[in-house]
Design a protein around this ligand. Structure first.
Ligand SMILES: [Zn+2]
Length: 406
């Protein structure tokens, strides 16, 4: 079995490739490894559903993780729980496949991976709800000895969960895990670029700086691999989950439902640049709602509607009865989230310019300078499993490892 280090660059997409420094590890991965710059993200293009698909090879219709948060129609955003725990994923993951092969995994801030018995060293991605203590919660959701070791050594690198400190910290504990534990599969999630895009805009100078910092973090991770006996032959794999686009107008879809006298029948959950609608009661008629909305697209900031058949075709999670896609510059609110005043976001559907994510593989035994054609995100996990030599028969995507290995 071959070891792998999987690095997720949150919110990196194909438009960013031209920004890379020619001598960075990421540039080298594209020049001297195998890559795809058109990995089509899932619907909706959100961090949690995408990261779950990246490690399962299944779409939200099978993973049952179709949003960052379960639908909590009457709970304000900061009180809502997220899909933090492994138990929310309905299918096996790469970490389960590694464990079944009697090998070990390490995850650092990897989404939907808390309380995961298949992971030996877990720094969990979880955040405190009002009244909760983040330290105690982190220890409870992850691997306490691993967390305390990281905190002792690198705690000074971060200030709470703000960026870029958190991603610097994540990269540091990843390098330490590689050197100390030599995990068979290491997976780290770097949030810096996503955060900068939300706050400063898709192509802001701050976003460019975050791309640079991510390149430096990848340099350090590759260096740690090269300096660690037993890790020199491991594969370095870079992935991403979605792009972003700029927003300037917020549309509250709960108000839209009220105006159209649909609020008793349907509730809405915002995905940012799209939204899900759920039936609140039996007998609610989605066809009537769709036809009412269809005649009022523009005034409600809607680019297009997705009916039940569209959702099935997009492999969307079961539950929502229909959905809509935001018009240019529009972000949807469900009336429950605080006004975040973001400059860019995601959550869109297929065909959006931010849908093209990265998959790049680099290491010994890999073909050089090969670009793979467009693939759905569900192909990534079976391909990683194929490269590592662990079975993942539950994956619905295609294994491209034979196109990648020498
Ligand atoms: Zn993301």
């Amino acid at each position: 079995m071959r070891k792998a280090v999987l690095v997720s660059l949150d919110a990196f997409f194909d438009a960013d490739i031209k920004e890379l420094q020619p001598d960075s590890t990421l540039s080298r991965m594209l020049r001297e490894g195998v890559f795809c710059r058109q990995v089509k993200t899932v619907f909706p293009a959100l961090t949690y559903p995408a990261h779950v698909t990246l490690v399962t090879g299944c779409d939200p219709e099978d993973t049952l993780v179709g949003q960052n948060q379960p639908w909590q129609p009457d709970t304000p955003n900061r009180h809502r729980v997220w899909y933090w725990e492994r138990k929310h994923i309905a299918v096996p993951t790469l970490f389960d496949a590694v464990k079944a092969a009697r090998r070990k995994s390490c995850t650092v801030l990897w989404p939907v991976c808390c309380k995961n018995p298949a992971v030996s060293w877990c720094f969990p991605e979880v955040h405190p709800l009002p009244g909760e203590n983040i330290v105690l919660k982190t220890l409870r959701y992850g691997s306490p000895a691993f967390i305390l070791d990281g905190e002792r050594r690198f705690g000074s690198l971060r200030q709470g969960i703000s960026e870029p400190g958190l991603s610097n910290y994540a990269a540091a504990i990843t390098c330490r895990a590689i050197r100390r534990h030599r995990p068979d599969l290491t997976a780290v999630h770097l949030i810096d670029l996503d955060e900068m895009r939300h706050h400063h805009g898709t192509f802001s100078p701050e976003a460019r700086d975050a791309i640079r910092r991510n390149e430096e973090r990848l340099d350090r991770i590759l260096q740690a691999m090269g300096e660690t006996p037993g890790m020199e032959d491991a594969l370095l794999i870079a992935v991403s989950d979605h792009g972003q686009s700029d927003i300037s107008v917020t549309v509250n879809l709960t108000e839209t439902l009220k105006k159209l006298d649909l609020a008793d029948d349907f509730g809405v959950q915002s995905n940012g640049e799209s939204a899900y609608f759920f039936a609140r009661r039996e007998g609610a008629d989605p066809a009537r709602a769709l036809s009412l909305l269809q005649s009022r697209l523009k005034e409600n900031g809607i680019r297009r509607l997705y009916g039940p058949e569209d959702l099935r075709r997009m492999h969307a999670v079961p539950g929502p009865v229909f959905a809509c896609e935001a018009a240019d510059q529009v972000v949807f609110s469900d009336g429950l989230d605080e006004n975040k005043r973001e400059k860019a976001t995601h959550g869109f559907g297929p065909g959006h310019p931010g849908e093209n994510c990265l998959f790049a593989v680099f290491g010994k035994g890999i073909r050089k300078g090969i670009e793979l054609p467009s693939m759905p995100m569900r192909d990534v996990a079976p391909t990683i499993a194929g490269l590592m030599g662990v079975p993942l028969p539950s994956a619905r995507g295609m294994d491209h490892s034979r196109e990648i290995l020498l």
